[in-house]
Each structure stands twice: as structure tokens, then as C-alpha cells.
Design a protein around this ligand. Sequence first.
Ligand code: GDP
Length: 433
Amino acid sequence: QPVLAVVGRPNVGKSTLVNRILGRREAVVQDTPGVTRDRVAYDALWSGRKFTVVDTGGWEPDASGLQASVAKQAELAMQTADTVLVVVDASVGATATDEAVAKVLRRSKRPVLLVANKVDDDRLLGDVASLWSLGLGEPHPVSGLHGRGSGDLLDAILEALPETPRDDYAERIGGPRRVALVGKPNVGKSSLLNRLVGEQRAVVDSVAGTTVDPVDSLVELDDEVWRFVDTAGLRKRVNFASGTEYYASLRTKAAIDAAEVAIVLLDASEPIAEQDLRVLTMVVEAGKALVLAMNKWDLVDEDRRYQLEKELERGLVRVPWAQRINVSAATGRSVRKLAPALRTALTSWDSRIPTGTLNSWLSDLIAATPPPVRGGKQPKVLFATQAQTRPPTIVLFTTGFLEAGYRRFIERKLREQFGFVGTPIQISVRVRE
Ligand code: GDP
């Protein structure tokens, strides 16, 4: 669903307004720094349409000062959301910080709605008109506190929000395959993208029959054009500073959702971190194909290598099926191996086992190793079919529950038999009484 981000300087009433939009009061913990940070995205429903509201109100200004940090917040909102709502306090008028935000948002290619908040009575309407000076179009007067004007504002929001969110490429057929380049900050994403773009023959700006979202990069690798999604921040080398961790992770998720395959970059020179594992989990849970790239390999010596193997053994238990490539964005080492690995992962992601093949293999497997007895009964697997690709999804029809351990056993055997390198597999069980 489309995303609306609400920005503005502190105390203009962002959170109150977000509550109005959500039509409930419980959502936002007001003005408690740190508390609201992991709860800033909410689902909203108006006139039968669903959208996500991102409240940036819980963030504290960082060391760069109020004006800069609010401007940075607006920049990130602009890059992440489909529509940006900028809130100004009409009873105060446009401040220098509001001007700074407006300056950022005037460059936005996505719709921006200007809200004049705290218009609790008509006497303030004159002050509202003065907000035209911000160059963001017509100010929408509201009172977040009393609810005045909020119905009109919601209608305007729905009009401004696109029907399909910017990252919803799901229905698109053909065209370059979509790759997300993800990983924690400073792992070398920008460097690798630059390396990939620089090393190969050409960066293609347009491909016949496709439109390119300016946030994406088309890169030719190994005689094939790939679409690296949501790379605007990487190209511009936006510095994701402190206090924006939530946004960075929202963005990572959006990129993964928009992609078919993810290159998860890990820093081989540093211990594997919690954040690395979170990114990996996001890819698996989104059901996307995966290639692991161990970057900064130029910094890895014999001792570190030994240590790393131990860390990976523990860290990669969920993704033993992913191909791992040791690269260096700095020297260019092995970056040429990425395209073939992407292709392998996508082939697995797309592949389908014919029902006959699957069932004859599975009946042999189950005859040799039947599922564990539960409640005195031996569950039988009646039939299996691969219901979906992207990722491969296998449905087992059974006479009883199959425990997770046994499902994992089937998955492991499936991989031994049919490959599936670089893709998660989903196995679901339907019990027929
Ligand atoms: P991003 O935040 O993931 O985009 O990371 P950057 O691409 O900005 O890289 C962060 C830092 O790591 C920069 O100082 C890079 O020069 C450095 N870096 C990136 N890749 C490599 C690499 O392969 N080897 C070494 N030694 N340094 C690297």
C-alpha cells in the first residue's frame, strides 16, 4: 500500500495530526524521545482505501542541529514515501526551519501537501494564506486538536496518493530483472554500485519498452541489463546519519519488496552483527532470491578468515542455501562473479518441479523415513504439488500435522535432489481429515 510521510519541525502538532488521520487516539506516544521511534508506521483507512502513515515526530534532532536534521528528515521522507505531508504551525507562521524543509520538498517529484495546523478558529485564516510563500502550493488549514478540516485533508491525501505504491513492480512482466543491493551502513553498497557501473561496458539509461523510475539504476553486467532498485540514495551517497535507522530499515525493506533478488552485503573485515542478520531475515521472509557478498575481502587476513568462518557457521543457519561470494568493491575482486550468481538464484526462484516428478520422489522419501507419530497416529502424506514459483512453494496434503522438524527434513532433501540454490522454499501443510 502507498506510504504517506508526515514531516515538520517539532511541536507543530505532527503526532496529533497523525492521530486524526488514523482516527484514533492511542497510536502515538507524544514527545517522548526514543519511545515512538520503532512505532512510527501505522496503517490508515479512509473511504475504503488503505495506506501507511509514517510519523517522523518521534525523532530527536541530532548533533547537526535542528534545521539540518529536520531538512534531512524531509529528504528521507521524500525518497521513501509516495506522498509527503508537511506540517506548519499557522499560529506561528513560516519559520526558518519551515523554509529549510520547504526548500528540500520543492524538489520533490512526488506530491507534497502543505498543512497549516492549529487553525482552531477563523481568525487565523489570514495567517494561513501567508503560507503560500513557502512555494508548496495551497495550504490546507486544519486543527489537529479539534478535528476541523481533517475530512477535507484526508480527501486531499487520497487524491495525492498513487493507486499503486512506488515500489509495487509486482505485476510488471518482462524487462530487466530487479536487484536490491542491501546491507547495513558502511558495508560498501555505494562503492560496489559504483564499481559495477564503472567496470562494465555501459550504464544504460533507457531500455526499449520500459520506463525507469529515477530511483533505480540500470546496469549492464555480463551481457545482461539489470535493474538495481532504489539506488537514488546510493548514487548520491546520502549519509544516513543517526536517528534515521528506522528509515534506513524501512527503505531496505522497500527495496527488497521491489526486487526479485537481493545481494546482501556483509563486511568481511568486521564481526557479523545483529543488523546483518536482520537484513538476511527480511530477504527470507519476503521470499526473495538471495546472493551473499562478503565485501572488503582485501582487508581479510588468515586469522580473520578463520574467525569469519566460525561466525558464518552460526550466522547463516537460516540461509545455508545461499551462494557466497568474496568480493572487494575497493579492488574489484570477484565482482564479475555476482551476475552469474544472481542468474543462478533467479533460475531457482523461478523453477517448478512437475507434479509427477515431485510425488514419485516424495513417496520414496516418505516410505524410507515416515513422519513421526503424533497422538498415536501416523500422519500420511497423500499428495504434494508445487503451487507457486517465486519463491518455490510446495503444498503437502496430509492426514495429520507434520512437525517443523520433519518439514525441514523434507526441505533439506528437496534441495539435495532439485537444487534450489539461492532461493528460500516455502512448505505448507494442508491437513485433510
Ligand atoms: P554504504 O554505506 O554501504 O554505501 O558504504 P560505502 O560504499 O559508503 O563504504 C563505506 C566505507 O567502506 C568507505 O570508506 C569505502 O571506501 C569503504 N569500502 C567499501 N568497500 C570496500 C572494500 O571492498 N574494501 C575496503 N578496504 N574498503 C571498502
